[in-house]
Write a protein that binds this ligand. Structure first.
Ligand SMILES: Cc1cc2nc3c(=O)[nH]c(=O)nc-3n(C[C@H](O)[C@H](O)[C@H](O)COP(=O)(O)O)c2cc1C
Length: 383
């Protein structure tokens, strides 16, 4: 069976006019691109103890171009580092002897019940990470009972993702000049049963992606992003006015993704946004903006419980999830770790990434004496 698979691969590689490269059967050169072919390969996930282990494993499996795309940030990557350092700098103030024999991690967001407050952040181009791409992500998310926010730069059509999803899907949108395109894609997502829209508002242009430039990042031949609609060349004329227009016809909750300024959070509420996502795009856009966990408290104050606040950026440990909720987030999203889980082991890697984070979060709840999400409050942060 294994021999047959190898023979097939050799034939495919020969047909593609490339060379087989010795990386333990994990990748191949097709034309000038090395594509991941780890789908189906036995991967020893017992060695994966935490989310950082997945990054190391993924680096060995991904093409350099794909790895640099996922791992890098903008310019000097200060914000990328701060996202982590700011979590590490927060100390926890635990309570003992509370009854934590039964933990309840469930939350309700926009009428939807979540098993635990961690979602998959929208990330682009999953087929450069794993041959099964977004389908593997959706399957992995389903198994882990997590909501998957599909990027508008998906390399798989939404209908196909929907078919394999067993949990709720949300859709992230980059709004373009073309209003008809925007309206159509929103309606398509709604008709397919996507449950919320995350409109990314922090990317009117791309950031100074130096590392991506160095590897001359582009989508390998044969892959495409069906809803990118000229995105790589166009600027985005998205303003509050267009946001109001979009919210006026959307039938599902609209969240603004990429808010860092408390004034913008207030404006978002005034134009009718259902929620916001505090995000700095994982430090990929504007370098030297603060860590999201640092920006969060001011936004929480400005929002004053009027709408749910989600946050992402640098969440790698269960204690990070706990800290974000203690400082006022209703839920968090994870981006890079899911990409690395996907690149390492497809759907199974995605599931394991979420399960590790969830298990660590539950440990952190029990070890701080918090049996419910509602009991995770500011007093948990050491002053
Ligand atoms: C490889 C990659 C691709 C991304 N693509 C998108 C995207 O298509 N749309 C979007 O709104 N955000 C995108 N983001 C940002 C994520 O949604 C999210 O804000 C961020 O990754 C969270 O930080 P973390 O990666 O540290 O968890 C991307 C991030 C990464 C790492």
């Amino acid at each position: 069976m294994e021999q047959k698979r190898r023979d097939l691969l050799k034939t495919f590689t020969a047909l593609a006019g490339g060379l087989m490269i010795p990386t333990g059967g994990q990748s191949q050169i097709v034309g000038q691109y090395k594509l991941p072919i780890n789908n189906g390969d036995p991967v020893d996930l017992s060695k994966i103890i935490n989310l950082f282990d997945f990054e190391k494993m993924a680096e060995g499996k991904m093409t350099k171009m794909a790895y640099e795309y996922v791992a890098s940030g903008a310019a000097d990557e200060f914000t990328v580092r701060w996202n982590r350092q700011a979590f590490d700098a927060l100390k926890i103030n635990p309570n003992v002897l509370n009854d934590v024999s039964k933990l309840d991690t469930t939350i309700t967001l926009f009428g939807q019940k979540l098993a635990y407050p961690i979602l998959i952040a929208p990330t682009a181009f999953h087929k450069i990470m794993h041959p099964e791409g977004e389908l593997a992500t959706a399957k992995g998310a389903g198994k882990a009972k997590a909501i998957y926010v599909v990027s508008s730069y998906t390399t798989t059509p939404l209908e196909e993702i929907k078919k394999v999803a067993s949990e709720s899907l949300w859709f992230q949108l980059y709004v373009r000049d073309d209003k008809e395109f925007t309206k159509n894609i929103v309606q398509k997502a709604e008709e397919l049963g996507f449950r919320a829209l995350c409109i990314t508002v922090d990317t009117p242009v791309s950031g100074a992606r130096n590392r991506q430039e160095r590897v001359k990042f582009k989508l390998p031949d044969g892959l495409n992003a069906p809803y990118a609609n000229g995105a790589f060349t166009q600027k985005m004329p998205l303003t509050w006015k267009e946001m109001e227009w979009l919210i006026s016809f959307a039938k599902i909750p609209v969240l603004l993704k990429g808010i860092l300024n408390p004034d913008d959070a207030d404006k978002a509420i005034k134009i009718g946004a259902s929620g916001i996502i505090v995000s700095n795009h994982s430090g990929r856009n504007l370098d030297t903006v603060p860590a999201t966990i640092e920006a969060l408290p001011r936004i929480v104050e400005s929002v004053n419980k009027r709408i749910p606040i989600l946050m992402d950026g640098g969440i790698r440990r269960g204690t990070d999830v706990l800290k974000a909720i203690a400082l006022g987030a209703n839920a968090v999203l994870v981006g890079k770790p899911v990409c690395f889980g996907l690149a390492s082991a497809g759907a199974e890697g995605v599931t394991k990434t979420l399960e590790i984070l969830r298990a660590e979060f539950e440990m952190a709840m029990a070890l701080t004496g918090r049996a419910t999400i509602a009991s995770i409050d500011q007093s948990l942060i050491w002053k």
